[in-house]
Design a protein. Sequence first.
Length: 100
Amino acid sequence: MINNSKISKNINQWHIEYDQNEFLSNENWLATAEKAEDILQLSYINKKGPILDVGFYRECYKIYVIYNNDWEKPKEVFESNKTEFIESKLYELIDKYANG
């Protein structure tokens, strides 16, 4: 059940592959997450669509947009030390890539 009011209806286009802190039900999911490479990973419902990956790397949070499992050449990378910027960007990317 989705209790995180910040998430748009476009979340229905995504599978949650890994979720450290109850992304769907916790609006503070990133602020309470352990700083690790694996925090949240969403994959588009169609296998040809992207993966959205959120993690903490060295000194900042990063979101990777990955196509064709090509982790060496991400389509987009966004990074910030501020959790609110990462969260906002992730919600934006969920909508931006809602059609693959």
